[in-house]
Design a protein around this ligand. Structure first.
Ligand code: ADP
Ligand code: MN
Ligand code: MN
Ligand code: MN
Length: 334
């Protein structure tokens, strides 16, 4: 019987976006595959910008486990980082989630750009100059239109085999830019699954000699930035049957624009310009089917007699889904 590999994954202390780290723990062949049987572990926080060298141990507490189909006898174990005394580390965004229930549902649309480290440009961009202007890439097909599909498909299969609740994928507006959507009940679960999917994407890209660029505006100029639209609902929204109720909840977001932007990803001023299907970073607006609004009321909601969900379009591709979800819950519950 073979021993089992557990890949412990955590978020480091890098700024402005936290990076992913992982290391392998070997378990006996009898390992159950259950979270409760994953012990806490530790790592050297002085090498991840999470501790000083003289007291460097940080604790890894497993929070989510799923199969790792790309490796024999293996699981992926998402962890949160604790201080040696068991309190949440300051880099621990998951700990900002107050609501541990699954009252709130989230659907994150994670956009990203597949990057060629040789040219330091998106895949499909010539080393000098630009590819054809935006137009054919969104949901495109054919060589030159859809670039990076092999990696995207491999990633999708790994996510599905891991049991992540991916709801769809699509090629995006910029050449080399793609999206996956993950839906989950509960903020922690949504965050766990997005981070594991990000991990699988970066790791799969290694095989192709490519990297993943999470920046919200990787190419300046007339090229779309990358978002992570946050679709959300609670039981009130799901059963509202009232336009007024939806407007009332949207209005709650008006006075806390800064608090939201603070956790919606760095450099968002470069993306939220009012162009390229965004609202300006300083504005707050909402509207039915309005892709130029801060919060879009999806057609689904209107067609279901004003019961359904909302889409906050402001979070960007580099945002921490734990912090985004935590902030939305706080505002809606206020
Ligand atoms: P678009 O690109 O048109 O903005 P997508 O289809 O990419 O929309 O994403 C919509 C997301 O909304 C999906 O991830 C879906 O799971 C999510 N969603 C649908 N219904 C709800 C709901 N009731 N609560 C939260 N999220 C929802
Ligand atoms: Mn989408
Ligand atoms: Mn999109
Ligand atoms: Mn969207």
């Amino acid at each position: 019987m073979s021993k089992v590999k557990l890949e412990y994954i955590w978020l480091d202390g890098s700024q402005p976006m936290q990076g992913l780290r992982s290391k392998t723990k070997i378990m006996d062949s009898g390992f159950s595959g259950k979270l409760k049987d994953c012990p806490n572990w530790s790592f050297d926080g002085s090498s991840t910008q999470q501790a000083e060298g003289n007291s460097s141990d940080c604790v890894l507490k497993p929070v989510f486990i799923c199969p790792d189909a790309d490796r024999k006898n293996a699981f992926l174990v998402m962890c949160e980082v604790l201080n040696a005394d068991g309190t949440p580390h300051e880099s621990n965004g998951r700990a900002t989630v107050q609501d541990k229930s699954d009252e709130f549902w989230f659907g994150f649309e994670q956009e990203y750009t597949i990057w060629n480290p040789e040219t330091d440009l998106p895949v499909g961009f010539p080393a000098n100059g630009y590819p054809a202007p935006q137009g054919p890439y969104y949901c495109g097909v054919g060589t030159g239109n859809a670039v990076g599909r092999e990696l995207v498909e491999e990633h999708l299969d790994l996510c599905l085999e891991a049991g992540l609740n991916v709801e769809g994928i699509n090629a995006e507006v910029m050449c080399g830019q793609w999206e996956f959507q993950i839906f989950a009940k509960g903020a922690e679960s949504a965050g766990d699954q997005i981070w594991v999917a990000r991990y699988l994407l970066e790791r799969t890209a290694e095989k192709y000699g490519l990297s993943i660029n999470w920046e919200c505006k990787p190419v300046k100029g007339d090229w779309n930035g990358s978002g992570m639209h946050a679709n959300f609902s609670n039981s009130e929204l799901r059963t509202a049957n009232s336009k007024e109720k939806f407007y009332e909840i949207c209005e709650k977001f008006r006075d806390v624009v800064d608090e939201h932007i603070a956790v919606y990803g760095h450099d968002n001023d470069q993306r939220l310009t009012g162009l390229h299907e965004t609202a300006a970073i300083t504005d707050f607006s909402y509207g039915v089917s309005d892709r130029g609004a801060s919060i879009r009321i999806p057609l689904y909601t209107v067609e279901h007699d004003w019961s359904g969900y909302l889409e906050d379009r402001r979070p960007n591709s580099a945002a921490d889904p734990y912090k985004v979800a935590a902030r939305i819950i706080k505002t809606v519950s206020s």
